[in-house]
Each structure stands twice: as structure tokens, then as C-alpha cells.
Design a protein around this ligand. Sequence first.
Ligand SMILES: *Cc1c(COP(=O)(O)O)cnc(C)c1O
Length: 389
Amino acid sequence: MNSNHIETEAIRTQIERSQYLEHSNPLYLTSSYIFEDAEDMRASFADEKERNIYSRYSNPNTSEFIEKICKMEGAERGYAFATGMSAVFSTFAALLNAGDHIVSSRSVFGSTQTLFNNILPKWNISVSSFKIEDVEAIEALIQPDTKVLYAESPTNPAVDILDLEYLGRIAKKHNLILIIDNCFATPYLQQPIQFGADLVIHSATKLIDGQGRVLGGVTVGRADLIQQIYLFSRNTGPALSPFNAWILSKSLETLPVRVDKHCENALKVAEFLENHEAVALVKYPFLKSHPQYALAKKQMKLGGNVVAFEIKGGIDAGRRFLNAIKLLSLSANLGDTRSIVTHPASTTHAKLTEENRLETGITGGLVRVSVGLEHVEDIINDLNQALKL
Ligand SMILES: *Cc1c(COP(=O)(O)O)cnc(C)c1O
């Protein structure tokens, strides 16, 4: 297919230059496009030619962003969305019918969990979930109406790893559509399609933007499935804005170097925490102590930028630690140049029951650090002074 490396595709994939022969890719802020004549207009609407008609359908900037992600993920086609959640929702809404069933990992992003629990059931679409450490249970959950197998790896916030090759085999055997939310890994660290995924979803808001500016999402994969997602989206309107697409496409040019540095810093932070007396447990995919270290090494290029750790002393110690943080941000986002700490038990996952929290690996003292691009010694110094209190 493509002969260039991912780094090169992320930089050199370009929409056609305009008459001005610009070097950097221009921004096309236009809601619609004009036709040559009546016949051109008819043929365009009849899908007889591939061209821009209206920016809810396509736009040069969104097309360029999608094309880059496709090349990096090894995907045939894609569609870009206003947010990661609109990518997740539209993908399910486009592919599933009333009565269909999903098998999903229990550890999924909070809003995806809400979609499964409260929103998809409105159309009688149900979800059965398996625990990360119990993938052998998947086959027993599959029913005649099961259409989709869904998972994230690494998971949020506990950075557990799922065996993508195994999921690919199960999906193939039972003729399920395997959808992987690849947000934590980015297309630079992991390409799920290699392992049998049919579709890959990203929240581009995280490491793809990488600078905490814009929201975005994208689904890429098999052309026949993307065609259904495209037709659904072209009529229901979750499209990514051209401006955000232009930002995100520019961001992809630096994704590999940024992610290299994020991962280098994260590994150092994880090693520091592992040796700290106030820390009970550290989880980072590329630490030898991670339960799925070998698997992480097999399917990921580097360990990612999220480190999860357990402070001794439970929920109170977790909150004290957050209050003592000076440099790092207390924020719900991740994948930013700025390092961020969160305390899932009292924030993003506070609405779950304690039992549900523990099932997804969220103990009272669990802290998630999204390691940024500040000098790693400054990040470690801040964590260190906050752990001493
Ligand atoms: C943030 C996130 C999403 C949702 O993306 P938004 O851009 O915030 O809508 C989905 N999945 C994962 C794993 C995420 O981290």
C-alpha cells in the first residue's frame, strides 16, 4: 500500500495545492462548493464523482486529516467527527439496528459507559461486558444478535492492556465487527488493524491535538463499514469543523516526536514512583512490573504517556496529594504538553458504585498522571514534594 514510514505520511500527506502553490496546507473555511453546470451538479449529487459538495459531507481539511490517519493506521477509509464521543456514538448508531447486541470490555471511557448503560438501550441495543483479566469469558457472552466486539487498550485510567490479536481472532471466528478505541496509544504506538480490528476510533482531542486546544474524533477502517458511517453522518451532522481539522492535521506532523518524548518522560516518572515509599503500586505498560508487560511490548511501540499509581492511605491520601500539587494541572483532559493529574475515584468515576469502581481497577488512592513535555525533573520534583506531605 504505502511505502513511506508513518512519520513521513503524517507530514507529507497533502490535499492538492491551490493555484498559489502554498507549502503549508491552507485552511478552507467554506460551507459549500460550486458546480460547473447543471450536469456537474446532478452527477455530484448522484455520487457519480468524488468531490466536495457541502462541508457536512466533506471538506479538503477534514479529508486531509482523515487521509493521514488512514495511512498511519493502515485503514481503507474514514470519517472525522466533532468529538471523540460523536465518533463513538455515530459508529454504533450507523452500524447497529434495534435488538442488536455488543460485547465490550468493562473498562471503557466514562461517556462510552454511559452510552452503553443509558443511551443505546433506548433503541433496544444491549451490551454485555467482560473483565480485562478474563478475556476467556468473551465467547460465552456472544449471542445470535451480537454484532460488535468493542475494547480500548491501554484502558483509562488503569492502563491495563488487552490482547488485540486474541480479540481479532474471536471477532473473526464469530463474524463480529471488532472496534478498538485507540486513543491512549495513538496511531503512532499501535495499529489495531494489523491485529484484525475492522474499525479504529480516536478522540483526536487527546494526544493527536496534543496541545489542549480543540476537540475532534475520527473513525477509520473497512471501506464498506465507513460507507455506512459516512451516509449516517452526512445526514445527521456530527462533522468535524474545517478549522479543527486543519489544527489536527498540522498536529499530526509532530505526533511521532511528541509521543516519543511523552513516553520517555512517562517511563522516568513511572520508575521514580515505583521506588517511592508513599506509593503502593505503579502501573505503566512498559514497566517490567506491569502484569501485561510482555503483551504491551508486543503490540505497542512505546508505553504511552499515562501512568497510574496507588497512593498509600486511600481516598483521603489521594485528595491530599492533589491539593499539594503545584506545577502539574488538576484537569480532566489528557495527552497535553502540560502534565495533568486526576483522582478518578472522586471525579470522573465518582458516580459509579464502589464495587463498579473496583471492577475497573479504580481504588480510592488511584491517581492518573498524563505526563507532558515539561522537563521531566520538574515533573518528578512536583510529584515528590506532593507525596511527602
Ligand atoms: C476522551 C476520550 C474519548 C472521548 O473523546 P472526546 O473528544 O472527549 O469526545 C473517548 N475514548 C477515550 C479513550 C478517551 O480518552
